[in-house]
Design a protein around this ligand. Structure first.
Ligand code: HMG
Ligand code: MG
Length: 323
């Protein structure tokens, strides 16, 4: 019997969400970390391809100073040119009020604010202490909510810090408490350097859920050590219904040495499909977008499903009689 017909099935005794929102971060988290800066027209082709694949939530770029992330200096131009069909929500990273003004001028209805749990990463990534970053997050969220925008907040270095190592869950929970009452609609917990393991994921999500209810949580998992998909599955088993991922497994943080790509969107969608969880995403179209990303970036991307699909397509093409 077709698994996909049974969305309410259980895996090791746990109910799974019937549908999951896949939050695509490739055009932002992916491209911010590439040595090669793509031309605006190529970014637009990639984002349009992701829209065509059925993704409904796309973090398209960053409104950070170009000095910090030169790869995304054309944020306005990208958002001006991409297809923006109804039903697709575009977002962008917003570090301060200036970034919010730029996001509003670009017609965005959602802003993604961000801060780190650890002082060292906060300093490197934002040039601010955690307390200063929190004050900015407050200021930006307040202004965005007043302007009628939705605000998602990233919390980085939840599973571990590239500079400080292990991070205490109590420290994460204490910071989450300070994020209460800001009008956030979603908190995305970041395994910035991909050190997380399933047991740890269960402990973190369970602890944070005491502060932010599960429907408000998302997981943002980097796949440096190959554990992102396993951690995502733990999240699903705990009821998490928004997962961040990146086309082809692009991604990283220039201010987090050792961070590899995000969980690949194709790998995630394949897992969700196999579990009978609805995503609205077409895997074949996603593979086309992944193939385009790979061509544009000019190297083999890390996504496993993508590589398998490309291999199969090449094998099938080699069996065709010559034209
Ligand atoms: P700053 O350089 O410390 O200080 O930046 P500033 O606020 O005084 O600004 C310096 C200059 O930038 C000034 O211009 C400002 O006007 C300008 P100048 O007077 O020198 O000509 N400026 C801006 N320009 C355009 N857009 C703006 C803007 N703001 C100021 N928004 C700041 C402080 C917080 C802005 C900076 O540190 C910053 O943006 N950092 C972000 C770096 C970043 O993007 N990191 C990667 C993303 S985070 C990540 O990847 C993790 C995540 O994926 C989750 C996870 O994996 O865990 C989200
Ligand atoms: Mg990230």
């Amino acid at each position: 019997m077709d698994q996909a017909a049974h969305p309410s099935q259980r895996l090791v005794g746990c109910p799974l969400p019937a549908a999951v929102e896949v939050y695509e971060v490739g055009p932002r988290d992916g491209l911010q970390n590439e040595l090669r800066t793509l031309a605006t027209a190529d970014k637009v082709r990639l984002i349009d391809g992701l829209v065509d694949a059925g993704l409904k939530r796309i973090e398209a770029t960053s409104f950070v100073p170009p000095k910090w992330i030169p790869q995304l200096a054309d944020a306005e131009k990208v958002l001006e040119r991409v297809k923006r069909p109804p039903g697709v929500v575009f977002s962008a990273l917003v570090p301060n009020l200036k970034g919010l003004e730029r996001a509003q001028a670009a017609g965005l209805q959602e802003a993604a604010v961000f801060l780190s749990v650890t002082e060292s990463h906060s300093k490197k990534n934002l040039n601010k202490t955690v307390a200063e970053a929190l004050a900015t997050v407050r200021e930006v969220s307040d202004a965005a909510v007043k302007a009628g925008m939705r605000v998602r907040c990233y919390l980085s270095t939840v599973w571990g810090c590239p500079y400080e190592g292990a991070v205490a869950i109590d420290q994460v929970v204490a910071l989450c408490r300070q994020l209460q009452g800001l009008g956030l609609y979603q908190l995305s917990l970041g395994d910035t350097i991909g050190v997380g393991t399933p047991k740890q994921t269960e402990q973190i999500v369970t602890a944070v859920a005491e502060v932010f209810p599960i429907p408000m949580l998302a997981l943002h998992l980097h796949d440096t050590r190959g554990t992102a998909l396993a951690n995502a599955l733990v999240g699903l088993q705990l009821g998490i219904a928004t997962l961040d991922s990146s086309v082809g497994g692009l991604g990283g943080c220039p201010y987090a040495p050792g961070a590899a790509g995000n969980l690949a969107t194709e790998d995630l969608v394949y897992l969700l499909q196999g579990l009978g969880i609805a995503t609205g995403v077409s895997l074949p179209r996603l593979v086309e977008a992944g193939q385009l990303a790979q061509e544009l970036i000019g190297r083999k991307l890390s996504g496993k499903y993508l590589q398998a699909a490309i291999g199969e397509r090449e094998k099938a093409a080699s069996r065709l009689p010559p034209a």
